[in-house]
Design a binder for this molecule. Structure first.
Ligand SMILES: [Zn+2]
Ligand SMILES: [Zn+2]
Length: 374
C-alpha cells in the first residue's frame, strides 16, 4: 500500500537562525509504529535555550518534546497503546519523545530510562521520521511510548504543564513520595513549580509555601493549592532572612519538611537548604542547565540529617501516569487555564521568542490550521 502524505515541520537549522518550515514526505508507519496528526505541541522553557545555542546540534532538527496527536495510521500489529489500552484511528495519544533505546546499561540493567545515553528529544529534520512535536504529522516509533487520552478531557488540560508534570512525577518517585501532613516549600511557580504544588496538594501537605517573584505566577500557584505566598519582589521579602523568618512564623515550630527547587536558579539552593527542619528533604528539579556553584555545608547536612535528591527527565511510565492524573484532576485544578497562548506552526519562531522572554505561563503550537484550537 502506498499513498502520498506530506507534512510541514518547524526546523531549527542553527543557533539563533530563523526557524524554517520544511515539507517532507511522511512514510507509512512500520510494524508497531503509528502516524499521528499533531494537535498540540507544548513549548517548553528548554526550547528557547536550544534555539539560542545552549546545546550544539550537528544537523538541522525538529524540536518539540511535548505533544498530543490524533492517530491517522496504525502500523502492522498495533491494536493497543503502550499501556495495553485498545487504540484505533481517531484516538488521541500523548507520547514520550525521549525514546529510551531499551538496549543500553541504564535501560536494561538499572532501569533508569532517564539516563539512557541514546535518549534524544528532538528529531533530525532530514531523517525519514519525525517524532518531535513541532510538525503536522509525527511518526511514533517503537520506543516512543504513547498513551491514549480521555476524549472527554480538553486537550489543553493534558498539554498545560507539558513535560513538567511527568518530570515532577518522576522527581517525587525518586524522592520516595510526599508525606501526608508535611510542610512544603516550592521555589518558583513556572510549569514545574505548579506541578510540584499540585502534587503536594494531592499528597495532603498541610502547608504549601510558594516563593516566587512574579505576581501572576503567584496567583496561579494559589489556584493550584499553595497556601502561603512569598513574593520576593515585595519590600518586606527582599532578603533571604526576611523570607525565612516569615515562613517560620507562618508554618510554626515544626518547620519545613520538604523544599522543591523549581526556579532553575542555583542561588535558590542556599536559601532552600536553610529552610529545612531536621530530617528535611530537598528535591532539586529546576536547575536543568547551568554551571553555577553554591556553598554547601556537609556539617549542616549531617547534623540535621538532611536528604538531597536530584531528578531530571521522566521515564515512559510517568507519561502514562500524567495522562491518568490529568484525567482525574483537570476539573479541580485550573489546568486548561494555564494554556495562555496558542501559535500556528509557521509562528513557531515567535512562540520560542515569547517563551524565551519569560512572557508565557504556557505557550502551545497548534499545527493543524483546520482543527484543534479549542
Ligand atoms: Zn521540557
Ligand atoms: Zn538506553
Amino acid at each position: 500500500m502506498s499513498r502520498e502524505l506530506k507534512a510541514k515541520s518547524a526546523v531549527l537549522t542553527g543557533a539563533r537562525k530563523p526557524i524554517e518550515i520544511w515539507t517532507r514526505d511522511v512514510p507509512l508507519p512500520g510494524p508497531g509504529c503509528i502516524n499521528i496528526k499533531v494537535l498540540r505541541a507544548g513549548v517548553c522553557g528548554t526550547d528557547p535555550h536550544l534555539w539560542n545555542g545552549d546545546f550544539e546540534f550537528k544537523q538541522a532538527v525538529v524540536l518539540g518534546h511535548e505533544g498530543l496527536g490524533r492517530v491517522i495510521e496504525l502500523g502492522e500489529g498495533v491494536t493497543t497503546d503502550h499501556a495495553g489500552q485498545p487504540i484505533a484511528v481517531g484516538d488521541v495519544v500523548y507520547w514520550n519523545p525521549m525514546r529510551p533505546c531499551n538496549a543500553c546499561f541504564d535501560c536494561t540493567v538499572t532501569e533508569d530510562f532517564t539516563a539512557c545515553i541514546h535518549g534524544r528529544f528532538w528529531s533530525p529534520a532530514k531523517g525519514e521520521h519525525v517524532w518531535a512535536s513541532y510538525t503536522e504529522v509525527a511518526t511514533l516509533l517503537l520506543n516512543n511510548s504513547f498513551y491514549k487520552v480521555d476524549p472527554e478531557v480538553p486537550l489543553d488540560a493534558y498539554i498545560a504543564l507539558g513535560c513538567a508534570l511527568p518530570t515532577m512525577l518522576q522527581a517525587v518517585e525518586n524522592l520516595g513520595g510526599i508525606t501526608w501532613g508535611s510542610n512544603v516549600v516550592v521555589q518558583g511557580a513556572g510549569p514545574v513549580g505548579l506541578a510540584a504544588i499540585m502534587l503536594a496538594s494531592l499528597a495532603g501537605a498541610e502547608n504549601i509555601v510558594c516563593i516566587e517573584g512574579n505576581e501572576s505566577r503567584l496567583k496561579r500557584a494559589l489556584d493550584f493549592g499553595a497556601t502561603i505566598l512569598v513574593d520576593f519582589q515585595k519590600e518586606e521579602f527582599k532578603t533571604k532572612d526576611s523570607r525565612a523568618a516569615y515562613i517560620a512564623t507562618t508554618v510554626g515550630a515544626r518547620g519545613i519538611n520538604l523544599v522543591i527547587e523549581c526556579s532553575g536558579n542555583a542561588s535558590a539552593f542556599e536559601e532552600g537548604i536553610n529552610l529545612l527542619c531536621r530530617s528535611g528533604q530537598y528535591l532539586l528539579v529546576g536547575t536543568w542547565a547551568g554551571a553555577s556553584n553554591v556553598t554547601l555545608s556537609p556539617f549542616q547536612i549531617v547534623q540535621n540529617a538532611l536528604k538531597i535528591v536530584g531528578s531530571v527527565y521522566a521515564s515512559p511510565a510517568q507519561y502514562y501516569r500524567a495522562t491518568k492524573l490529568v484525567g482525574q484532576v483537570w476539573k479541580r485544578f485550573p489546568l486548561v487555564e494555564c494554556v495562555t497562548h496558542k501559535y500556528k506552526l509557521r509562528d513557531a519562531q515567535k512562540a520560542l521568542e515569547d517563551v524565551g522572554a519569560g512572557k508565557e505561563v504556557k505557550a502551545v503550537i497548534c499545527p493543524q490550521d483546520a482543527e484543534g484550537w479549542n
